[in-house]
Design a protein around this ligand. Structure first.
Ligand code: HEC
Ligand code: HEC
Ligand code: HEC
Ligand code: HEC
Length: 204
């Protein structure tokens, strides 16, 4: 399976050398993929973050690169296949350009912009006893809240062809830009007030 993933990555033409849009520097935690967050985060009691994410556009960001619009924008950028060209793929997947040994065996690059693109590589913080303690989780790779906006703007920036398309669609001709607070609301997936992790049994 590991070999298959590596081959897939090579097919996608991903650079394995780091230094990318979406990955922050100096990472040492492994990426596990959204399916590994699902066992706990699909429960209604905790807020079903997995369900909300899987219905969001982030989950299908890689598929979007096969759309007619993508092909049109790719042609403008001199790109022949947006699903294999770094110029597009780097912002439409998770962990782009991260060294292969930092991707777990079953990591699925086609699953788009997954939890860890925003929250950080999860292999070491996803255990329940770590997760329930924000400080411990951050020590093991969970991205602090005050660094979250930076994660968004690694992709939501003027290098994206969508940036222009949005601007042109505004009636007053102004720049859409990226409004973190508004964008955060659109993708909100909070833990409901009163949720008590200790009161429930389950995977740890
Ligand atoms: C074994 C179960 C489990 C798994 C697997 C798991 N989590 Fe959690 N997670 C929890 C629990 C329990 C909490 C605590 C919720 C609370 O009390 O507010 C939590 C909290 C969080 C929080 C909020 C932290 C805070 O204190 O604000 C984030 C973000 C998060 N998880 C992301 C993830 C991601 C991303 C993955 C997959 C890489 C993942 N979790 C996998 C159980 C899990
Ligand atoms: C710098 C990061 C970045 C790069 C590079 C990038 N994209 Fe995107 N793309 C985004 C973001 C962010 C959005 C979502 C914009 C929004 O909704 O605010 C997006 C959205 C899209 C959409 C959906 C637009 C819609 O209105 O439904 C398409 C299609 C797309 N990109 C194609 C491409 C193609 C083709 C390339 C390569 C030529 C590319 N992208 C390169 C970040 C990027
Ligand atoms: C596009 C970025 C992004 C993705 C993808 C994403 N999240 Fe989040 N997540 C956020 C942001 C932003 C917050 C709110 C942070 C804050 O409170 O400032 C958040 C908050 C959370 C919280 C805490 C909510 C609370 O009430 O404090 C949990 C738990 C969580 N995410 C889990 C997940 C899981 C599990 C996935 C994947 C299934 C996921 N997230 C996917 C950006 C993302
Ligand atoms: C790895 C790159 C990447 C990161 C990181 C990222 N995004 Fe996105 N985001 C995208 C792409 C690509 C799309 C467009 C997907 C599509 O249309 O298929 C998008 C779409 C969106 C949309 C439009 C979704 C909708 O349903 O209308 C919002 C809102 C958004 N992102 C907010 C955020 C926020 C907030 C953060 C940070 C907490 C964030 N994004 C982080 C790449 C990213």
């Amino acid at each position: 399976m590991k070999r298959l993933c590596v081959v897939l990555l090579l097919m996608l033409g991903l650079s394995l050398a780091g230094g990318t849009a979406a990955a922050s520097g100096g990472e040492s935690h492994k990426y596990v993929g959204a399916k590994k967050c699902k066992s706990c985060h699909k429960k209604e009691a905790i807020g079903n973050q997995y369900g909300k994410w899987s219905e969001s556009k982030h989950a299908t960001a890689f598929e979007t690169l096969a759309s007619d619009k993508a092909k049109e924008w790719a042609a403008d950028a001199g790109v022949s296949n947006p699903q294999t060209d770094e110029k597009c793929v780097k912002c439409h997947v998770t962990a782009y350009g991260v060294a292969a040994e930092l991707l777990s065996d079953r990591f699925d690059v086609k699953a788009g912009v997954q939890c860890e693109a925003c929250h950080g590589a999860g292999k070491d913080y996803r255990k329940k006893k770590v997760m329930v303690d924000r400080e411990k989780a951050e020590a093991k790779g969970l991205r602090p809240k005050n660094e979250m906006e930076k994660a968004c703007t690694a992709c939501h920036n003027d290098e994206s062809p969508a940036w222009d398309a949005k601007r042109y669609s505004l009636a007053d001709g102004s720049t859409a830009g990226f409004d973190y607070d508004a964008a955060k609301k659109k993708i909100a997936h909070p833990v409901p007030e009163g949720y008590d992790a200790m009161a429930e049994s389950g995977a740890d």
